[in-house]
Design a protein around this ligand. Structure first.
Ligand code: UDX
Length: 438
Protein backbone atom coordinates (compact mmCIF):
# COMPACT_ATOMS: atom_id res chain seq x y z
CA UNK A 1 0.00 0.00 0.00
CA UNK A 2 1.18 3.51 -0.78
CA UNK A 3 1.38 6.82 1.00
CA UNK A 4 -0.68 9.15 -1.17
CA UNK A 5 -1.35 12.89 -0.97
CA UNK A 6 -4.18 14.48 -2.93
CA UNK A 7 -4.11 18.18 -3.77
CA UNK A 8 -7.57 19.75 -3.96
CA UNK A 9 -10.75 18.45 -2.38
CA UNK A 10 -13.29 19.25 -5.09
CA UNK A 11 -15.24 16.52 -6.87
CA UNK A 12 -12.19 15.00 -8.49
CA UNK A 13 -9.68 15.24 -5.63
CA UNK A 14 -11.92 14.33 -2.73
CA UNK A 15 -13.60 11.38 -4.40
CA UNK A 16 -10.23 10.04 -5.60
CA UNK A 17 -8.67 10.45 -2.16
CA UNK A 18 -11.53 8.77 -0.36
CA UNK A 19 -11.59 5.87 -2.84
CA UNK A 20 -7.81 5.36 -2.57
CA UNK A 21 -8.25 5.12 1.22
CA UNK A 22 -11.18 2.75 0.76
CA UNK A 23 -8.97 0.26 -1.11
CA UNK A 24 -6.32 0.45 1.61
CA UNK A 25 -3.89 3.25 0.74
CA UNK A 26 -2.76 5.81 3.33
CA UNK A 27 -4.23 9.09 2.08
CA UNK A 28 -3.91 12.75 3.05
CA UNK A 29 -6.24 15.22 1.32
CA UNK A 30 -4.88 18.76 1.09
CA UNK A 31 -6.83 21.95 0.54
CA UNK A 32 -6.15 25.63 1.19
CA UNK A 33 -9.67 26.17 2.56
CA UNK A 34 -9.43 25.77 6.35
CA UNK A 35 -13.20 25.70 6.86
CA UNK A 36 -13.56 22.91 4.37
CA UNK A 37 -10.81 20.88 6.04
CA UNK A 38 -12.40 21.41 9.49
CA UNK A 39 -15.80 20.32 8.15
CA UNK A 40 -14.39 17.18 6.57
CA UNK A 41 -12.62 16.26 9.81
CA UNK A 42 -16.08 16.22 11.39
CA UNK A 43 -17.16 13.67 8.81
CA UNK A 44 -19.17 16.12 6.70
CA UNK A 45 -18.75 16.09 2.93
CA UNK A 46 -18.50 19.52 1.27
CA UNK A 47 -20.27 18.10 -1.79
CA UNK A 48 -23.54 16.23 -2.20
CA UNK A 49 -22.52 12.81 -3.49
CA UNK A 50 -24.16 9.44 -2.85
CA UNK A 51 -22.13 7.20 -0.50
CA UNK A 52 -19.24 9.66 -0.10
CA UNK A 53 -19.85 10.79 3.46
CA UNK A 54 -20.10 7.22 4.76
CA UNK A 55 -16.80 6.32 3.10
CA UNK A 56 -15.19 9.49 4.49
CA UNK A 57 -16.29 8.60 8.02
CA UNK A 58 -15.28 4.91 7.81
CA UNK A 59 -11.82 5.58 6.41
CA UNK A 60 -11.16 8.53 8.71
CA UNK A 61 -12.07 6.35 11.71
CA UNK A 62 -9.83 3.58 10.37
CA UNK A 63 -6.91 6.04 10.24
CA UNK A 64 -6.40 5.66 6.47
CA UNK A 65 -7.69 9.12 5.60
CA UNK A 66 -6.52 12.52 6.85
CA UNK A 67 -7.30 16.12 5.90
CA UNK A 68 -4.95 19.05 6.19
CA UNK A 69 -4.08 22.53 4.97
CA UNK A 70 -0.42 21.79 5.75
CA UNK A 71 0.81 20.64 2.34
CA UNK A 72 4.42 20.36 3.48
CA UNK A 73 3.69 17.52 5.89
CA UNK A 74 1.46 15.82 3.31
CA UNK A 75 3.85 16.04 0.35
CA UNK A 76 7.32 15.65 1.81
CA UNK A 77 7.36 11.83 2.12
CA UNK A 78 4.48 10.83 -0.17
CA UNK A 79 5.02 8.03 -2.70
CA UNK A 80 2.56 9.69 -5.03
CA UNK A 81 0.82 13.07 -5.12
CA UNK A 82 -2.42 13.30 -7.09
CA UNK A 83 -3.42 16.74 -8.33
CA UNK A 84 -7.17 17.31 -8.50
CA UNK A 85 -7.42 21.09 -8.40
CA UNK A 86 -9.73 23.03 -10.70
CA UNK A 87 -8.84 24.16 -14.21
CA UNK A 88 -11.62 26.72 -14.75
CA UNK A 89 -12.55 27.92 -18.19
CA UNK A 90 -11.27 31.36 -19.17
CA UNK A 91 -13.20 33.79 -21.31
CA UNK A 92 -11.49 32.57 -24.51
CA UNK A 93 -12.36 28.92 -23.74
CA UNK A 94 -8.84 27.98 -22.63
CA UNK A 95 -8.19 26.31 -19.28
CA UNK A 96 -6.80 28.35 -16.39
CA UNK A 97 -3.80 26.39 -15.10
CA UNK A 98 -2.80 28.69 -12.25
CA UNK A 99 -3.96 26.29 -9.50
CA UNK A 100 -1.97 23.45 -11.07
CA UNK A 101 1.12 25.67 -11.23
CA UNK A 102 0.76 26.64 -7.57
CA UNK A 103 0.55 23.02 -6.46
CA UNK A 104 3.43 22.00 -8.77
CA UNK A 105 5.65 24.62 -7.21
CA UNK A 106 4.69 23.53 -3.68
CA UNK A 107 5.52 19.95 -4.60
CA UNK A 108 8.90 20.93 -6.03
CA UNK A 109 9.80 22.81 -2.89
CA UNK A 110 8.74 20.16 -0.39
CA UNK A 111 9.31 16.60 -1.59
CA UNK A 112 12.15 14.82 0.21
CA UNK A 113 11.99 11.46 -1.57
CA UNK A 114 11.30 10.03 -5.03
CA UNK A 115 7.75 10.89 -5.96
CA UNK A 116 5.26 10.30 -8.74
CA UNK A 117 3.05 13.32 -9.41
CA UNK A 118 -0.23 12.32 -11.01
CA UNK A 119 -2.44 14.90 -12.68
CA UNK A 120 -6.14 14.04 -12.47
CA UNK A 121 -7.39 17.51 -13.38
CA UNK A 122 -8.42 17.92 -17.00
CA UNK A 123 -5.60 19.76 -18.74
CA UNK A 124 -4.86 20.62 -22.38
CA UNK A 125 -2.76 18.08 -24.24
CA UNK A 126 0.91 18.73 -23.54
CA UNK A 127 0.38 20.39 -20.15
CA UNK A 128 1.84 17.52 -18.16
CA UNK A 129 5.13 17.75 -20.06
CA UNK A 130 5.30 21.35 -18.91
CA UNK A 131 4.26 20.51 -15.34
CA UNK A 132 7.08 17.98 -15.12
CA UNK A 133 9.63 20.49 -16.39
CA UNK A 134 8.24 23.14 -14.05
CA UNK A 135 8.60 20.85 -11.01
CA UNK A 136 12.13 19.90 -12.04
CA UNK A 137 13.06 23.57 -12.46
CA UNK A 138 11.98 24.40 -8.92
CA UNK A 139 13.06 21.15 -7.26
CA UNK A 140 15.02 21.71 -4.06
CA UNK A 141 16.08 18.22 -3.02
CA UNK A 142 17.96 15.68 -5.12
CA UNK A 143 15.07 13.27 -5.69
CA UNK A 144 13.44 11.60 -8.68
CA UNK A 145 10.15 13.14 -9.75
CA UNK A 146 7.96 12.31 -12.72
CA UNK A 147 4.53 13.42 -13.86
CA UNK A 148 1.83 11.00 -15.02
CA UNK A 149 -1.60 11.71 -16.47
CA UNK A 150 -4.60 9.90 -15.00
CA UNK A 151 -7.80 11.56 -16.23
CA UNK A 152 -11.05 11.24 -14.38
CA UNK A 153 -14.38 10.17 -15.88
CA UNK A 154 -16.70 10.41 -12.91
CA UNK A 155 -20.18 11.81 -13.33
CA UNK A 156 -21.69 13.89 -10.56
CA UNK A 157 -24.18 12.08 -8.37
CA UNK A 158 -22.52 8.72 -9.05
CA UNK A 159 -18.92 9.78 -8.43
CA UNK A 160 -18.02 7.10 -5.87
CA UNK A 161 -19.54 4.34 -7.98
CA UNK A 162 -17.87 5.71 -11.13
CA UNK A 163 -14.49 5.63 -9.37
CA UNK A 164 -14.68 2.26 -7.63
CA UNK A 165 -16.38 0.62 -10.60
CA UNK A 166 -14.90 2.70 -13.41
CA UNK A 167 -15.28 1.38 -16.96
CA UNK A 168 -11.53 1.82 -17.32
CA UNK A 169 -8.53 3.52 -15.73
CA UNK A 170 -6.46 5.60 -18.13
CA UNK A 171 -2.83 6.04 -17.23
CA UNK A 172 -0.41 8.11 -19.28
CA UNK A 173 3.26 7.75 -18.40
CA UNK A 174 6.67 8.27 -19.96
CA UNK A 175 8.67 5.63 -18.05
CA UNK A 176 8.39 2.05 -16.79
CA UNK A 177 8.90 3.31 -13.21
CA UNK A 178 5.86 5.60 -13.41
CA UNK A 179 3.73 3.07 -15.27
CA UNK A 180 4.42 0.27 -12.80
CA UNK A 181 3.79 2.45 -9.80
CA UNK A 182 0.43 3.70 -11.10
CA UNK A 183 -0.54 0.14 -12.05
CA UNK A 184 0.21 -0.95 -8.47
CA UNK A 185 -1.73 1.94 -6.96
CA UNK A 186 -4.75 0.88 -9.02
CA UNK A 187 -4.26 -2.88 -8.57
CA UNK A 188 -6.70 -3.16 -5.63
CA UNK A 189 -9.49 -1.61 -7.75
CA UNK A 190 -9.35 -4.62 -10.05
CA UNK A 191 -10.44 -2.66 -13.15
CA UNK A 192 -9.28 -2.62 -16.77
CA UNK A 193 -6.27 -0.33 -17.19
CA UNK A 194 -5.36 1.36 -20.46
CA UNK A 195 -1.71 2.40 -20.36
CA UNK A 196 -0.65 4.95 -22.99
CA UNK A 197 1.64 7.93 -23.42
CA UNK A 198 1.05 11.03 -21.35
CA UNK A 199 -0.26 13.06 -24.30
CA UNK A 200 -2.60 10.30 -25.43
CA UNK A 201 -4.02 10.04 -21.91
CA UNK A 202 -4.66 13.79 -21.86
CA UNK A 203 -6.35 13.53 -25.25
CA UNK A 204 -8.50 10.52 -24.26
CA UNK A 205 -10.20 12.62 -21.60
CA UNK A 206 -11.22 15.33 -24.06
CA UNK A 207 -12.01 12.97 -26.90
CA UNK A 208 -14.30 10.85 -24.71
CA UNK A 209 -16.15 13.76 -23.10
CA UNK A 210 -16.53 15.69 -26.33
CA UNK A 211 -17.84 12.60 -28.08
CA UNK A 212 -20.58 12.32 -25.46
CA UNK A 213 -21.35 16.03 -25.78
CA UNK A 214 -21.56 15.56 -29.54
CA UNK A 215 -23.88 12.61 -29.10
CA UNK A 216 -26.25 14.74 -27.03
CA UNK A 217 -26.11 17.71 -29.41
CA UNK A 218 -26.69 15.39 -32.34
CA UNK A 219 -29.83 14.00 -30.71
CA UNK A 220 -31.00 17.54 -29.91
CA UNK A 221 -30.41 18.60 -33.50
CA UNK A 222 -32.36 15.60 -34.79
CA UNK A 223 -35.07 16.27 -32.18
CA UNK A 224 -35.60 19.78 -33.51
CA UNK A 225 -35.96 18.37 -37.00
CA UNK A 226 -38.32 15.65 -35.73
CA UNK A 227 -40.69 18.35 -34.51
CA UNK A 228 -40.71 20.02 -37.90
CA UNK A 229 -41.34 16.84 -39.88
CA UNK A 230 -43.69 15.12 -37.44
CA UNK A 231 -41.43 12.36 -36.09
CA UNK A 232 -40.92 11.43 -32.43
CA UNK A 233 -37.36 11.67 -31.09
CA UNK A 234 -37.92 9.06 -28.40
CA UNK A 235 -39.08 6.52 -30.95
CA UNK A 236 -36.19 7.50 -33.20
CA UNK A 237 -33.70 7.07 -30.33
CA UNK A 238 -35.16 3.70 -29.46
CA UNK A 239 -34.84 2.55 -33.03
CA UNK A 240 -31.24 3.70 -33.16
CA UNK A 241 -30.26 2.19 -29.81
CA UNK A 242 -30.48 -1.44 -30.88
CA UNK A 243 -27.47 -0.95 -33.11
CA UNK A 244 -24.53 -1.83 -30.87
CA UNK A 245 -22.33 0.55 -32.80
CA UNK A 246 -24.54 3.40 -31.58
CA UNK A 247 -25.36 2.06 -28.13
CA UNK A 248 -28.35 2.80 -25.94
CA UNK A 249 -26.93 5.51 -23.69
CA UNK A 250 -26.75 9.30 -23.99
CA UNK A 251 -29.46 9.42 -26.64
CA UNK A 252 -31.87 11.54 -24.61
CA UNK A 253 -32.81 14.78 -26.29
CA UNK A 254 -33.48 17.67 -23.93
CA UNK A 255 -32.53 21.26 -23.24
CA UNK A 256 -28.84 20.68 -23.69
CA UNK A 257 -25.97 19.43 -21.59
CA UNK A 258 -24.65 21.37 -18.60
CA UNK A 259 -22.34 20.58 -15.73
CA UNK A 260 -18.68 21.04 -15.03
CA UNK A 261 -17.29 18.90 -17.85
CA UNK A 262 -19.02 18.89 -21.23
CA UNK A 263 -19.36 22.68 -21.70
CA UNK A 264 -15.80 23.29 -20.51
CA UNK A 265 -14.14 20.37 -22.27
CA UNK A 266 -15.75 21.08 -25.63
CA UNK A 267 -14.62 24.70 -25.55
CA UNK A 268 -11.14 23.75 -24.35
CA UNK A 269 -10.61 21.25 -27.16
CA UNK A 270 -11.92 23.68 -29.74
CA UNK A 271 -9.46 26.24 -28.37
CA UNK A 272 -6.58 23.74 -28.42
CA UNK A 273 -7.34 22.92 -32.03
CA UNK A 274 -7.45 26.60 -32.95
CA UNK A 275 -4.11 27.19 -31.25
CA UNK A 276 -2.69 24.46 -33.45
CA UNK A 277 -4.13 26.02 -36.58
CA UNK A 278 -6.91 23.48 -36.90
CA UNK A 279 -10.67 23.99 -36.87
CA UNK A 280 -12.47 21.22 -34.98
CA UNK A 281 -15.76 21.53 -36.85
CA UNK A 282 -17.64 18.67 -35.19
CA UNK A 283 -17.00 19.92 -31.68
CA UNK A 284 -17.83 23.49 -32.68
CA UNK A 285 -21.17 22.22 -33.99
CA UNK A 286 -21.85 20.47 -30.67
CA UNK A 287 -21.21 23.72 -28.80
CA UNK A 288 -23.41 25.81 -31.12
CA UNK A 289 -26.32 23.38 -30.96
CA UNK A 290 -26.07 23.23 -27.18
CA UNK A 291 -26.07 27.00 -26.75
CA UNK A 292 -29.28 27.32 -28.77
CA UNK A 293 -30.87 24.28 -27.20
CA UNK A 294 -30.73 25.62 -23.65
CA UNK A 295 -33.33 28.28 -24.44
CA UNK A 296 -35.35 26.44 -27.08
CA UNK A 297 -38.39 26.15 -24.78
CA UNK A 298 -38.20 29.76 -23.67
CA UNK A 299 -38.29 30.84 -27.32
CA UNK A 300 -41.29 28.61 -28.02
CA UNK A 301 -43.16 29.82 -24.96
CA UNK A 302 -42.34 33.41 -25.79
CA UNK A 303 -44.04 33.04 -29.16
CA UNK A 304 -47.07 31.38 -27.61
CA UNK A 305 -47.50 33.91 -24.78
CA UNK A 306 -46.26 37.12 -26.44
CA UNK A 307 -44.91 38.35 -23.06
CA UNK A 308 -44.05 36.94 -19.65
CA UNK A 309 -44.66 40.28 -17.98
CA UNK A 310 -46.71 39.77 -14.82
CA UNK A 311 -47.14 36.04 -15.41
CA UNK A 312 -46.60 33.54 -12.64
CA UNK A 313 -44.03 31.07 -13.96
CA UNK A 314 -43.35 27.75 -12.21
CA UNK A 315 -39.78 26.52 -12.57
CA UNK A 316 -39.26 22.85 -11.75
CA UNK A 317 -35.58 22.01 -11.34
CA UNK A 318 -32.60 24.36 -11.19
CA UNK A 319 -29.55 22.07 -11.20
CA UNK A 320 -27.93 20.85 -14.44
CA UNK A 321 -29.13 17.32 -13.69
CA UNK A 322 -30.76 15.43 -10.80
CA UNK A 323 -28.73 14.03 -7.92
CA UNK A 324 -26.47 17.05 -7.52
CA UNK A 325 -26.66 20.60 -6.14
CA UNK A 326 -24.34 21.81 -8.90
CA UNK A 327 -25.59 24.67 -11.05
CA UNK A 328 -22.67 25.00 -13.42
CA UNK A 329 -23.97 25.64 -16.95
CA UNK A 330 -27.45 24.55 -15.85
CA UNK A 331 -30.17 25.37 -18.41
CA UNK A 332 -32.08 27.16 -15.62
CA UNK A 333 -29.28 29.73 -15.52
CA UNK A 334 -29.73 30.46 -19.22
CA UNK A 335 -33.52 30.87 -18.92
CA UNK A 336 -34.10 32.62 -15.61
CA UNK A 337 -32.48 35.95 -16.61
CA UNK A 338 -34.52 36.02 -19.85
CA UNK A 339 -37.75 35.50 -17.90
CA UNK A 340 -36.84 38.06 -15.24
CA UNK A 341 -35.92 40.63 -17.88
CA UNK A 342 -39.47 40.33 -19.21
CA UNK A 343 -41.00 40.88 -15.77
CA UNK A 344 -42.02 37.30 -14.94
CA UNK A 345 -42.84 36.27 -11.36
CA UNK A 346 -40.87 33.07 -10.88
CA UNK A 347 -41.75 30.35 -8.37
CA UNK A 348 -38.79 27.99 -8.37
CA UNK A 349 -38.58 24.51 -6.88
CA UNK A 350 -35.50 22.31 -6.60
CA UNK A 351 -35.00 19.67 -3.88
CA UNK A 352 -31.31 20.49 -3.32
CA UNK A 353 -30.19 23.25 -5.69
CA UNK A 354 -32.28 26.19 -4.41
CA UNK A 355 -29.72 27.38 -1.84
CA UNK A 356 -26.98 27.66 -4.46
CA UNK A 357 -29.35 29.35 -6.89
CA UNK A 358 -30.29 31.89 -4.22
CA UNK A 359 -26.71 33.11 -4.07
CA UNK A 360 -26.96 34.06 -7.76
CA UNK A 361 -30.59 35.16 -7.74
CA UNK A 362 -31.61 36.24 -4.22
CA UNK A 363 -35.27 35.89 -3.34
CA UNK A 364 -37.37 38.95 -4.17
CA UNK A 365 -37.37 41.53 -6.93
CA UNK A 366 -34.86 40.97 -9.67
CA UNK A 367 -34.49 42.94 -12.89
CA UNK A 368 -38.10 43.63 -13.99
CA UNK A 369 -39.49 40.50 -12.33
CA UNK A 370 -39.15 38.56 -9.11
CA UNK A 371 -38.15 35.12 -7.85
CA UNK A 372 -39.45 33.09 -4.94
CA UNK A 373 -38.11 29.70 -3.85
CA UNK A 374 -40.77 27.23 -2.76
CA UNK A 375 -40.63 24.00 -0.75
CA UNK A 376 -42.57 21.71 -3.07
CA UNK A 377 -43.88 21.30 -6.59
CA UNK A 378 -47.48 22.08 -5.67
CA UNK A 379 -46.52 25.50 -4.31
CA UNK A 380 -44.73 26.31 -7.56
CA UNK A 381 -47.65 25.19 -9.72
CA UNK A 382 -50.41 26.82 -7.67
CA UNK A 383 -52.12 29.40 -9.86
CA UNK A 384 -49.22 29.47 -12.36
CA UNK A 385 -49.73 30.66 -15.94
CA UNK A 386 -46.94 28.52 -17.32
CA UNK A 387 -44.52 25.85 -16.10
CA UNK A 388 -40.99 25.02 -17.25
CA UNK A 389 -39.37 21.69 -16.37
CA UNK A 390 -35.59 22.06 -16.44
CA UNK A 391 -34.38 19.10 -14.34
CA UNK A 392 -35.85 15.60 -14.18
CA UNK A 393 -35.78 15.21 -10.39
CA UNK A 394 -37.75 12.23 -8.99
CA UNK A 395 -39.98 14.77 -7.19
CA UNK A 396 -40.84 16.34 -10.54
CA UNK A 397 -41.37 13.03 -12.34
CA UNK A 398 -43.79 12.05 -9.57
CA UNK A 399 -46.19 14.88 -10.49
CA UNK A 400 -49.26 13.46 -12.20
CA UNK A 401 -50.57 15.12 -15.37
CA UNK A 402 -53.87 16.00 -13.64
CA UNK A 403 -51.99 17.99 -11.02
CA UNK A 404 -50.84 20.48 -13.63
CA UNK A 405 -54.42 20.92 -14.77
CA UNK A 406 -55.82 21.14 -11.24
CA UNK A 407 -53.20 23.43 -9.71
CA UNK A 408 -52.25 25.81 -12.50
CA UNK A 409 -54.30 28.79 -13.62
CA UNK A 410 -53.62 27.76 -17.21
CA UNK A 411 -52.15 24.26 -17.62
CA UNK A 412 -49.36 25.16 -20.02
CA UNK A 413 -46.24 23.04 -19.58
CA UNK A 414 -42.85 23.23 -21.34
CA UNK A 415 -40.91 20.07 -20.50
CA UNK A 416 -37.19 20.15 -21.27
CA UNK A 417 -36.66 16.56 -20.18
CA UNK A 418 -39.45 14.70 -21.97
CA UNK A 419 -40.76 13.31 -18.68
CA UNK A 420 -44.34 12.72 -19.83
CA UNK A 421 -45.95 10.93 -22.71
CA UNK A 422 -47.56 13.42 -25.05
CA UNK A 423 -50.87 11.55 -25.07
CA UNK A 424 -51.25 11.33 -21.30
CA UNK A 425 -50.76 15.09 -20.96
CA UNK A 426 -53.26 15.73 -23.72
CA UNK A 427 -55.76 13.37 -22.10
CA UNK A 428 -55.34 15.22 -18.79
CA UNK A 429 -56.15 18.52 -20.50
CA UNK A 430 -52.64 19.95 -20.33
CA UNK A 431 -51.20 22.01 -23.17
CA UNK A 432 -47.85 20.32 -23.35
CA UNK A 433 -44.66 21.09 -25.27
CA UNK A 434 -41.54 18.98 -25.05
CA UNK A 435 -38.42 18.26 -27.11
CA UNK A 436 -38.55 16.53 -30.48
CA UNK A 437 -42.14 15.39 -30.18
CA UNK A 438 -45.33 16.77 -31.65
C1 UDX B 1 -19.96 14.01 -17.39
C2 UDX B 1 -19.47 12.63 -17.87
O1 UDX B 1 -20.53 11.69 -17.80
C3 UDX B 1 -18.26 12.18 -17.10
O2 UDX B 1 -17.78 10.97 -17.63
C4 UDX B 1 -17.20 13.27 -17.20
O3 UDX B 1 -16.02 12.91 -16.59
C5 UDX B 1 -17.75 14.57 -16.65
O4 UDX B 1 -18.90 14.94 -17.39
P1 UDX B 1 -21.57 14.91 -15.52
O5 UDX B 1 -21.34 16.27 -16.11
O6 UDX B 1 -21.52 14.78 -14.06
O7 UDX B 1 -20.51 13.88 -16.11
O8 UDX B 1 -23.02 14.45 -15.95
P2 UDX B 1 -23.73 13.52 -17.03
O9 UDX B 1 -24.66 12.64 -16.29
O10 UDX B 1 -22.81 12.88 -17.95
O11 UDX B 1 -24.65 14.59 -17.79
C6 UDX B 1 -24.09 15.75 -18.42
C7 UDX B 1 -25.18 16.57 -19.05
O12 UDX B 1 -25.69 15.95 -20.22
C8 UDX B 1 -26.40 16.83 -18.16
O13 UDX B 1 -26.78 18.18 -18.29
C9 UDX B 1 -27.47 15.91 -18.72
O14 UDX B 1 -28.76 16.39 -18.51
C10 UDX B 1 -27.10 15.89 -20.18
N1 UDX B 1 -27.55 14.68 -20.89
C11 UDX B 1 -27.00 13.48 -20.62
C12 UDX B 1 -28.51 14.79 -21.90
O15 UDX B 1 -29.02 15.87 -22.19
N2 UDX B 1 -28.89 13.66 -22.57
C13 UDX B 1 -28.37 12.43 -22.30
O16 UDX B 1 -28.76 11.47 -22.96
C14 UDX B 1 -27.40 12.34 -21.28
Amino acid sequence: MYKIAVAGTGYVGLVAGVCFAAVGHQVTCVDIDENKIATMKQGISPIYEAGLEELMQQNYAAGRLAYTTDYVSAYKDADAIFIGVGTPEQSDGSANLSHIATVARQIAETIERDCLVVVKSTVPVGTNDKVEQFIKDFLINDVKVEVASNPEFLAQGTAVHDTLQAARIIIGTESKWAEEMLMKIYEPFNLPIVSVSRRSAEMIKYAANDFLALKISYMNDIANLCELVGADIQDVAKGMSFDERIGNKFLNAGIGYGGSCFPKDTKALEYLAKQNGYELRTVKAAIDVNTDQQTVLYKKANQRLITFNGLKVAILGLTFKPGTDDLREAPALANVPLLLAQGAELYAYDPVGAENFKSKYPEGENDRGSIKYVENVAEALEDANVCFIFTEWGEVKAVKPEEYRNLMRTPLVYDGRNIYRVNEMKAAGVEYYSIGRK
